[in-house]
Design a protein around this ligand. Structure first.
Ligand SMILES: [Zn+2]
Length: 161
């Protein structure tokens, strides 16, 4: 029999809790009846009938109103399900932890370099933008200073008087 996944791994998988949930690895269906569950008419009776026929496949949980579950490898896994299907993924991760650690380290370094490059571009754009501000200020000042002197047209008008 497979060992159960660790609590840490189950906590990482845990996504939600449901009144009725099926483990997609083994097909077991869990239904909770601790507090009056929100079952549709006849649904609970049907589940109890199925549980009588196949007690290992339909499991009534009388001390909770939701059964935890989560996804792993695209399939719904019920937390605590005795098929222990999540264990093989945990074992794989543990067995390849150095490879995985190296992989994430490489990814992080590549991402860091990319971000540094982008920060460099961003700083260059900021510098350019500051220079553009200075440039446009210079143009404004130049235009303003020209207005202090009479234009050629203005000079002609003066002569025309
Ligand atoms: Zn299962």
């Amino acid at each position: 029999m497979t060992k159960p996944p660790s609590k840490e791994f189950e906590d990482s998988i845990r996504h939600a809790g449901s009144l009725v949930t099926t483990c997609e690895f083994c097909g077991r269906t869990y239904f909770c009846t601790w507090e009056h569950g929100d079952y549709e008419k006849g649904e609970l009776e049907e589940l109890r009938t199925l549980a009588k026929k196949e007690p290992n496949k339909y499991i009534e949980i009388t001390d909770a109103n939701a059964q935890s579950w989560g996804y792993i490898d695209g399939k719904q896994f019920v937390i605590g399900c005795p098929c222990n299907s999540a264990r093989k993924y945990e074992d794989w991760i543990l067995e390849h932890r150095y490879l995985i650690a190296d992989y994430f380290k490489d990814r992080a370094e590549r991402l860091k370099k990319k971000l540094e490059h982008e920060v460099g571009i961003s700083e260059a754009i900021n510098e350019l933008s500051k220079n553009l501000d200075k440039f446009s200020k210079c143009i404004k000042e130049a235009k303003a200073s020209k207005m202090d002197f009479p234009s050629k047209q203005g000079q002609r008008k003066v002569k025309a008087r």
